[in-house]
Write a protein that binds this ligand. Sequence first.
Ligand code: MCA
Ligand code: AMP
Length: 475
Amino acid sequence: MLPLVSAPGGGPALTFGERTLSYEELSGAASRLAAELPRDGRVAVWATPSLETCVAVTAATLAGVAVVPLNPRSGERELRHVVDDSSPGLLLRAPDAETPGFLGPLPRLEVDASPAPGAPPFVREVDDEETALVVYTSGTTGPPKGVLLSRRAVAANLDALARIWEWTGDDTLVHALPLFHVHGLVLGVLGPLRLGGHLVHLGRFDTAELTRALAAGATMLFGVPTMYHRLAEAVDEDPELVKELSRARLLVSGSAALPLPDHERLTAATGQRVVERYGMTETLMNTSVRPGDPARPGTVGTPLDEVELRLVDDHGVPLRAGAEEIGEVQVRGPHLFSGYLNRPGATAEAMADGWFRTGDMAVRDTEGRVRLVGRKSTDLVKSGGYKIGTGEIENTLLSHPGVAEAAVTGEPDPDLGERVVAWIVPAGPVPPTLEELADLVAAQLAPHKRPRRLRVVGALPRNDMGKVLKRELRA
Ligand code: MCA
Ligand code: AMP
């Protein structure tokens, strides 16, 4: 399975803006840094979209040290939680990055991404079961949980994707995904590096920059549905974008469902069919549409090699294959996480006889294609491809003196898929404004978790146990 990162010759490995590192240069810079990393414990990486983040992650991979990627936009409450929970020994960051003072005594190390000519390659034997990454993901209640991803899981999953997508070192991948989640970091950085390919990162999503990268030779695009929606909105007015999208080898969407109208507009304009794949932080990728498969919009394809997938009914009884009944998706295989950090109870709860319970509801057709139809919980919102637990936002809203009661739901949004809606019962005669509450959530948690709508009500509908009836609110 190892090494996780291949280093063939001197071809380009990473491009961010004007800066490119070849494989030789990446190997030098990462080896120099790997030699400085502690042998034990974890390192946090201030995961800005930059060469430094990729050098830091590559160095930790070489040294066999687990990486905790931090969202540089996280607010104080969220960052403190992640750092307290994962207790990294070191924070790696770009020289120009500003890290907040409240991170206190955590030692910082600046990452030097400049080439290191003559640096001896760093080599260390590391067991496949060692943790490569600890990625924080929101759950329905409480603060985010650290998902332990082994080197084995990452390598197995990337190799399975490479087979399905015929993804090789000849590909140049372009994307603008954040580097603190599985999509951008595992698929989007470790993917091309494992295969010896080239990653061109745009820094932020922009159709003109994307057009330029495709014109310069990028062959594959990864994005969340919000990005494809923005492309679908742009194609009518932008013949250059259409030309370049048409020439790309593979357009892949994931993290949330790509709506049918966006699929159709993109296919009509470019002749391309966007390939959807379905994954989760805890499972990495489970299924993908096979490129060239007949169009079955709405499905996320069939399981990847070595991924076992079943649907179960409300009692946990597996549904017959091809039953066309809705059940919860459960998966098993080498791609699964090793558990939640410091949370054996939550890990045990997430599993059923060795199967991981995704919480996603789906049907499967007679040929095994999976169609996702919803989620078990009303306490999760997918907005812009980010999974957002409503519980942590409700707790933050309740910390505002003007809020007596709070509930958070998701509602459809043409751009974001879903948007976060805050329902509050005010504590006094003048309720707080949306802006105030959005600023509070952005500053404490993260900007993408901020409410986009505020609904002030006299009371929240509750059941006999006092639990808020979110389905009634959404209706
Ligand atoms: C606005 N902003 C604020 C506030 N209001 N900041 C602080 N306080 C406020 N009150 C700022 C934002 O920070 C941002 O700044 C700008 O306004 C616009 O933000 P927003 O509207 O939230 O979003 P956007 O910039 O339009 O982003 C859309 C996006 C983004 C680019 C699609 O949602 C995105 O990158 N999504 C990717 C999510 C992802 O990778 N998910 C993978 C996890 P500024 O303009 O400066 O930026 S799922 C996964 O990994 C699984 C395994 C899977 O299947 O893939
Ligand atoms: P996360 O925990 O942030 O990794 O998000 C995982 C969740 O994203 C899954 O449980 C699904 O609900 C959703 N998801 C990922 N890919 C897709 C897709 N292609 N279509 C629909 N939902 C998806």
